[in-house]
Write a protein that binds this ligand. Sequence first.
Ligand code: NAD
Ligand code: UDP
Length: 310
Amino acid sequence: MRILITGGAGFLGSHLTDRLLEDGHEIICMDNLFTGSKRNIAHLMQNPNFEFLRHDVTDPFKLEVDQIYNLACPASPVHYQYNAIKTIKTSVMGAINCLGLAKRVNARVFQASTSEVYGDPEVHPQPESYWGSVNPIGIRSCYDEGKRCAETLFFDYHRQNGVDIRIVRIFNTYGPRMSPEDGRVVSNFIVQALRGEDITIYGDGSQTRSFCYYSDLIDGFVRLMEQDKLVGPVNIGNPGEFTMLELAEKVIQLTGTQSRIVYEALPADDPKQRQPDIELAKTELGWEPRVSPDEGLVETIDYFRSYLDS
Ligand code: NAD
Ligand code: UDP
């Protein structure tokens, strides 16, 4: 198949590209390189089945493709809050452009949604049936509401125009190819530890997240896209739940750093807890995560160590 991946030069998009090329597909990678990097796709530039298009998903595009994976959107709070209006445009207009293309060329289209649609959840762990608790006017809203609106658009194109959609709600995922400047917690803690800098915990460190290794997540994406029964939304994430203090201590132990933990102000609307209920993915996709936190963190630490050395 010929497959379009928007956001294909980002952390997840570039791993998805590798996986789908290995599976024998042709990939068109569309990215404006806002948070993505040519470094993530440099190894593919001579591959005849790979094409890079520097293009913004908010501008219309026409292509002949069989499938679309829509991943274009900054994912780190630091980057999505940098230009909040652009972030919501990217989610909403990017979704409209992908759905319009899918409708025209009869392609199956996938949306990279997020656990942020649950906001600061009152239900724990979060099943797909939970509608969420989201502040519509806060500093995270450009991302959370943008992604919620994208899900709405996907379902309306599906109901109204019969577009063949798939939606994944991604819970915090980490691994090699995250940018050292990304600003999300796993890469921040590892880079701080490797540089011997203070490890910055926001708030008292009691808030929780559940961290999935990228290879498990990509496997879930492809399983959803390659079956005909389930449209989604489906949670994909690792239910292992950590406080940020536990994560910092784990990174200190695995890197052997002398770095100290310091506490900084908690950003507004920071969710207190987050853990995926993955029953749906287990029963319908036969999917569950395989990589343990220790294995995933060690591989990610090795990646950042050689990145920083170079
Ligand atoms: P990332 O920032 O590495 O990747 C996003 C990519 O989208 C980058 O390459 C960026 O340059 C590109 N992009 C941004 N705006 C664009 C635009 N207007 N036009 C074209 N390209 C644009 O982040 P990631 O972690 O790889 O996230 C990929 C997708 O998965 C995002 O949609 C994100 O919301 C979603 N997601 C990720 C996580 C996670 O934990 N990694 C969690 C939930 C959802
Ligand atoms: N966080 C932190 N120190 C950092 C970066 C993030 O303590 O250097 C916290 C942040 O406040 C949040 C959690 O780690 O509670 C996860 O943050 P991240 O930005 O990775 O993702 P999200 O909040 O979107 O889940």
